[in-house]
Design a protein around this ligand. Structure first.
Ligand SMILES: [Mg+2]
Length: 307
């Protein structure tokens, strides 16, 4: 059913998504520090603050700034924003460093993005990790969420799997935020994942993974990791389906979802960023089951240029 979503409402949803994304990223990345164990988090022991966020959050802030300022994403502007704001110590992968350097030094983004990985383009999980706030922004249209997610992905990820991963996450975030607007605290998660699967290239491995994730609902975390991956290969194919399984399993419980990402291991800052971004737009901050306010307080402040 079409309805009007005012700009302030879009921004509020996208900001809650960014809160969930950045806290997931920052908390998840703490578990790469030697001596930190997932058991501590399970027992309620949080790492000492501040939790520093990484590339996932930096790029997501650029996506949100673009939407907040212009009401849409423009590929040329977004590519330049990613490239000029990238701080080298935020944990960018070597492929991303190369693409962003090319863009920063004047190479057009279509050339830079296509040059990655011997001309195949990147199928990394980097386009998926930053896109949840865009999905929440388009809570009124999964079609729009999908098409704008594609634009936001293409500037760095030319490979169809990298793009499919971003579209899947954006559509999931759109549906999760929409359920909140509709007053549905517990939407039908099988239907949610089926809609996500229907919005991405059926020939993609990401699509097959999402279908597999639907079949694994109700199964245990170990089984999901064994079948879907945990981001250890940092590809969209071994990250996105797993994150959507976590979302579907813990949609009304942000802390439980982040704990599942930490327990699963792999690319924890990115799986927790994706999961946190989708769930944050659904639950909000400081609500029952939402992003805990004290976790937001423990996260390093977001960049000043975002305000
Ligand atoms: Mg990261």
């Amino acid at each position: 059913m079409p309805f009007t979503l005012f700009p302030d409402a879009r921004l509020a949803l996208a900001r809650d998504s960014l809160a969930g994304l950045s806290v997931g990223d920052a908390l998840g990345s703490q578990f790469f520090v030697p001596g930190r164990r997932p058991d501590d988090l399970a027992a309620g022991r949080l790492p000492p603050p501040p939790w520093q966020w990484t590339d996932d959050t930096e790029m997501a802030c650029s996506v949100l700034a673009e939407l907040a300022t212009h009401g849409d994403v423009d590929a040329d502007r977004l590519a330049l924003a990613f490239a000029t704001r990238a701080e080298p110590y935020r944990g960018y992968g070597p492929g991303a460093v190369t693409i962003l350097r090319l863009i920063r030094t004047g190479t057009p983004w279509p050339v830079a993005a296509a040059s990655a990985f011997d001309g195949q383009g990147s199928c990394g999980n980097g386009a998926a990790m930053r896109v949840a706030p865009l999905g929440a922004w388009y809570a009124d249209s999964t079609t729009r969420a999908a098409s704008r997610a594609r634009v936001s992905a293409e500037v760095t990820h030319a490979h169809p799997e990298g793009i499919a991963g971003a579209v899947a996450v954006a559509v999931a975030a759109s549906l999760a935020a929409r359920a909140r607007l509709d007053g549905e605290p517990r939407p039908d998660v099988t239907r949610l994942l089926t809609t996500v699967a229907g919005s991405i290239d059926p020939a993609s491995a990401v699509h097959r993974g999402v279908r597999r994730a639907i079949g694994l609902l109700g199964h245990g975390l170990d089984e999901a990791v064994a079948a879907l991956g945990n981001g250890a290969r940092v590809t969209a194919q071994d990250t996105v389906a797993f994150t959507l399984w976590v979302v579907a399993t813990h949609l009304a419980d942000y802390p439980a979802a982040i704990r599942a990402c930490v327990e699963a291991g792999g690319d924890v800052d990115t799986t927790a960023a994706i999961v946190g971004g989708i769930i944050g737009g659904h639950t909000g901050v400081g609500t029952p089951g939402g992003v805990p306010a004290d976790w937001v307080a423990a996260r390093e402040p977001l960049p000043a240029w975002l305000d």
